[in-house]
Design a protein around this ligand. Structure first.
Ligand code: C2E
Ligand code: MG
Ligand code: MG
Length: 735
């Protein structure tokens, strides 16, 4: 048997991971990357800004230093005494001894080198670290100084440059010695005596600069490789590279990162742990959800009692079996099953036993079908099978026989052995109409026919069954209307007392005057009324109408037929009592005709009702005697007032001796049990004569009168009585 369709649209754990967990994790990773990226970028930016700022500061510091050297120099070059003693030859006494341009320049102003260069680039005075020497300025500063002096000679203000001497770099300022009293424009620059001050960029210089401008770790390197992260290149005036001042610039970005990253890392860790927890919990609940969703799906598609697929899943399987892509040449049959007498088991043993029976039935059904087939419980005691067969209808018929056989064997429920049966309707999918609805409907129609055909059998759907069913449905609808529209009427047939030659009773027989079909016989609509339960209302109407009508016929008994269905209702006794009360008919004038079938199923209940009726004072007749199960024991256990011998025996009287023998013995039986015997269906005088000879009490049949309307019956009674009197007079006269 096929399992339920696994392609259910449900939100699986896998989908949950794909649709929720991965995007969430992705988003978080992206967010973290963005946050870290922004942080790092802004840290870099801050670092860069800090380097730029400190570079500007360092540059400014060097420029300020250069300007300071220039200013200090200028203080000397404009002095008239300097001009007087250093121009045109050096006055060493004045310069050194008197200390005008001597050690004081080194000691007070901090210049390591002082040169006085006369026209023709002649060093006439050199002071190194405050000590006068005979050094040539151009030997001390072989590169750069000459160019500086040439530029400075044409400039009124001191000109500065960075110049290398040995391994040291100096801030060098040069200016011509010209006091304000002399018009500089008139002097040939070549004739100028130049004064040079040089400040060594040594560690002390750098420390002071660092102190003043808040620059850390300043150092000089002669090549750029040793430079720290922040540096400025040192160039001569002619942009010749000399070396680099570098320092450790503050890195606020790094500080920011150092400050932010540990708490951020902790926060991210917590966030990651939390997210993992959330995802884990979500997965657990999604798995639980998935499990309960699949439980719900299973419940929604299966019958809780038997575990078989239910109607919904059955439809799904049927739809897919019928879809042209699924099966090649195989054909689909829908087999509908309905248990016979299940209701009786349920009613008599209770629902728990009924449930057990259904479970056992479902197991047997499953054991009969093949793996490809689907067994489903459609509801109540209705089951259905989808059979895929290569040789239809043969396969479906064979399976149906197996199913009937398997249900036929006894069931044991609550220590009781039960026998039930199953009726089966088969519908085959044909090329023209392959819809599930049609197949199910057709199988149902065939099932109905199987039930009608005596149960525990199968029928294959044929097109005309549908038409018949439609017809039946229409009739059923009409019958309901008939009761409401008063389309029913009663005909009456007299029962003649053979000894008295008088009308002893009349039997009320119902007819239906259908607006289109005309007069419908009870055998055409009573079974339907019994199936639909309408018989209860019809029966009551017949009883009341017959009793009321009977009042017209002085002292005559009125016989009314009761259906076995009316016997299932315990209200029957009360109904009869009320009708008698309402109509005022004496109870002993009412004769109720019942058939043996009322005693078959629940004998005790039927006997109880019969006794109740008897207690009202009415007569009870056993109708159609000899056609049913005819257990003579019944006649013993309940004192019927009358036996009505079925008309089939009377009709056969002239043909078979057997019928005569049976009629004779039933009459004898009636006599010995003190019951009135009535023969039905007397159509000939021979039959009447035979019955009279045998001692039959009453006769009823077309020979005397067909069932007729009330008025006609009244006329019949009068004429019969008159004829009887005449006959009596004749017989008396003959005697
Ligand atoms: P039944 O109770 O055995 O009624 C006798 C039937 O035999 C009647 O058929 C009657 O017309 C027919 N009959 C009488 N004499 C002759 C005869 O000489 N030859 C032939 N061939 N038939 C004869 P009807 O009226 O068609 O009723 C058929 C059955 O329908 C009745 O059989 C009875 O079982 C049922 N029926 C009729 N009326 C009622 C009713 O009001 N309630 C119930 N529950 N059943 C009814
Ligand atoms: Mg009858
Ligand atoms: Mg009868």
């Amino acid at each position: 048997m096929r399992a339920s369709n696994p392609e259910m649209t449900r939100f699986s754990g896998h989908q949950f991971t794909n649709r929720v967990v991965y995007p969430m994790a992705g988003m978080m990773v992206i967010m973290i990357i963005v946050v870290i990226g922004v942080l790092v970028a802004s840290a870099h930016q801050q670092n860069r800004l800090s380097v730029e700022g400190s570079t500007r500061l360092a540059t400014t510091a060097l420029q300020v230093k250069a300007r300071e050297v220039g200013r200090n120099l200028r203080d000397y070059t404009i002095r008239p005494d300097v001009y007087e003693h250093l121009h045109d030859g050096i006055d060493l006494g004045w310069a050194v001894t008197e200390g005008n341009v001597g050690a004081n320049i080194h000691n007070d102003l901090g210049y390591e080198l002082v040169f006085v260069v006369a026209p023709g680039d002649k060093t006439i005075y050199a002071l190194i670290d405050g000590v006068p020497t005979r050094a040539d300025a151009f030997d001390v500063m072989p590169r750069g100084l000459r160019d500086l002096l040439h530029v400075a000679a044409i400039q009124p203000h001191p000109t500065t440059s960075l110049i290398k001497s040995g391994k040291d770099i100096y801030v060098v300022a040069a200016n011509g010695i010209v006091p304000p009293s002399i018009d500089r424009a008139r002097i040939n620059p070549r004739e100028l005596t130049m004064l040079v001050f040089a400040k060594r960029l040594d560690q002390k210089f750098l420390d002071d600069m660092g102190h003043d401008y808040l620059l850390n770790d300043l150092s000089i390197a002669l090549n750029s490789e040793n430079a720290k992260d922040a540096f400025i290149p040192l160039m001569t005036q002619n942009r010749v590279y000399l070396g680099t001042i570098s320092w450790s610039a503050p890195r606020p970005g790094d500080q920011l990162l150092n400050f932010v990253i540990p708490p951020l890392a902790i926060a991210l860790l917590i966030l990651a742990a939390f997210s993992a927890l959330v995802v884990r919990n979500a997965r657990i609940s999604s798995s639980a959800l998935e499990a309960s969703a699949s439980r719900v799906t299973h419940l929604a598609h299966h019958d809780a009692l038997t575990g078989l697929p239910n109607r919904i899943l059955f439809r799904e399987h049927l739809d897919s079996a019928l879809s042209p892509t699924v099966l090649g040449s195989a054909e689909v049959a829908v087999i509908c099953l309905d248990l016979d007498s299940f209701k009786e088991v349920n009613d008599s043993l209770g629902h728990a036993a009924g449930d057990q029976l259904l479970q056992q039935v479902s197991q047997r059904l499953q054991a009969c079908v093949s793996y490809n087939d689907t067994v489903a419980r459609l509801g109540g005691d209705e089951f259905a099978v989808i059979q895929i067969g290569a040789n239809q209808p043969h396969d479906a018929e064979e399976l149906s026989r197996r199913l009937i056989e398997s249900i036929r064997s006894a069931f044991v429920v609550e220590d009781q052995t039960l026998h039930i049966g199953v009726s089966i309707g088969i519908a085959l999918a044909d090329a023209t109409d392959r819809t599930a609805d049609t197949l199910l409907k057709n199988a149902d129609i065939a099932l109905y026919r199987a039930k009608q055909g005596g149960r525990a059998t199968y029928r294959i759907f044929e097109a005309q069954m549908d038409a018949e069913l439609q017809e039946r449905r229409a009739l059923e609808y009409d019958l309901r209307q008939a009761v409401l529209r008063n389309e029913l009427e009663l005909h009456y047939q007299p029962l003649i007392d053979l000894e008295l030659h008088a009308v002893a009773a009349v039997e009320a027989l119902v007819r239906w005057r259908h607006p289109r079909r005309g007069l419908v016989s009870p055998s055409d609509f009573i079974p339907m009324a019994e199936e639909t339960g309408l018989i209860v209302a019809i029966g009551e109407w017949v009883l009341e109408t017959a009793c009321r009508e009977a009042l017209k016929w002085d002292r005559l008994r009125i016989a009314v037929n009761l259906s076995p269905v009316q016997f299932k209702n315990h209200e029957l006794v009360e109904t009869v009592r009320q009708v008698l009360q309402r109509t005022g008919l004496e109870p002993e004038r009412l004769e109720l005709e019942v058939t043996e079938s009322i005693l078959i199923n629940d004998t005790a209940a039927a006997l109880e009702i019969l006794n109740g009726l008897k207690a009202l004072g009415v007569k009870i007749a056993m109708d159609d005697f000899g056609t049913g199960y005819s257990s003579l024991g019944y006649l013993n256990s309940f004192p019927f007032d009358k036996i009505k011998i079925d008309r089939s025996f009377i009709g056969d009287l002239s043909d078979t001796e057997k019928s005569g023998a049976i009629v004779k013995s039933v009459i004898g039986l009636g006599q010995s049990l003190k019951m009135v015997t009535t023969a039905e269906g007397v159509e000939t005088s021979e039959q009447a004569a035979f019955l009279r000879e045998q001692g039959c009490d009453q006769v009823q049949g077309f020979y005397f009168s067909k069932p007729v309307g009330a008025a006609e019956l009244s006329a019949f009674i009068s004429s019969w009585n008159a004829r009887s009197i005449l006959e009596k007079m004749h017989t008396d006269a003959a005697a």
